[in-house]
Design a protein around this ligand. Structure first.
Ligand code: ADE
Length: 229
């Protein structure tokens, strides 16, 4: 999978060099490139934003550098999906991550939170598939942190990135629609706290039933909204 990111903070994405995703990059499973939006400006101050038409607080990103940056990134072969992280977008979720993990090329267009001139989204939709995606119901300063979270959620579902694909099936927000059960490892007793007996019993049926009951109890308590439909 190839991932291009357009941002005024390319350094934000240096963290993708480490951990599992860094390894996936070394293995060639993932190619990530961060492009500096300011490289597509033509004035001395490398201006990327301006005051909003109609008034209001904050600044809006001007369309011209975005147009040129996306011309560049979209000029290459393939049929990319362009993602605009935005608090006004559709809510990102595990099913969307799974869907996007099937793609060969993703482009993340990271704007500041007041947004990018909406014509950039419109124009991009004329030449590529576009998704406006929100990480959740809160406001970040820009799309970068949201893009990083989405990239991690998507890339770990790309075949080969995670060593043991079975671990993907059991985790929270997988197809079952329940939160994950609690996990324990050695030692069996630690600071006066014991691992639940059933996990030491060797009875696989009882362990599976206990885990399922824990998932249901935890989901009911913490996220009853997941049980609605
Ligand atoms: N940019 C600012 N806030 C955001 C959010 N919640 N999700 C995605 N992008 C954002």
């Amino acid at each position: 999978m190839r991932i291009d990111i357009v941002t005024i903070f390319p350094g934000f994405f240096d963290v993708l060099d480490v951990s599992l995703l860094g390894k996936a990059r070394l293995q060639g499973l993932l190619q990530v490139r961060a492009h500096d939006l300011r490289d597509y400006t033509h004035d001395r101050h490398r201006t990327v934003d301006d005051t909003p038409y109609g008034g209001g607080a904050g600044m809006v990103m001007r369309p011209e550098p975005w147009g040129e940056a996306l011309d560049d990134v979209l000029a290459e072969d393939g049929d990319p999906v362009v993602i605009f992280p935005s608090p006004a977008g559709e809510r990102f979720s595990q099913p969307i991550a799974a869907e996007l993990a099937q793609e060969g090329h993703l482009v993340f267009a990271c704007g500041r939170y007041e947004g990018i001139d909406q014509r950039v989204v419109e124009h991009t939709a004329q030449r590529a598939r576009v998704r406006e995606l929100s990480l959740g119901d809160y406001v970040l300063n820009g799309g970068e942190v949201a893009a990083l979270a989405m990239i991690e959620a998507i890339a770990r579902l790309v075949p080969g990135v995670i060593g043991n694909p079975a671990s993907l099936d059991e985790e929270s927000h997988s197809e079952l629609g329940l939160l994950e059960y609690p996990s324990y490892t050695k030692p069996a007793a630690w600071r006066g706290l014991e691992v639940p007996d059933v996990l030491l019993s060797g009875n696989h049926g009882a362990i599976a039933r206990w885990r399922r009951a824990q998932q249901e109890e935890r989901t009911r308590r913490v996220r009853p909204d997941l049980l609605q439909d």
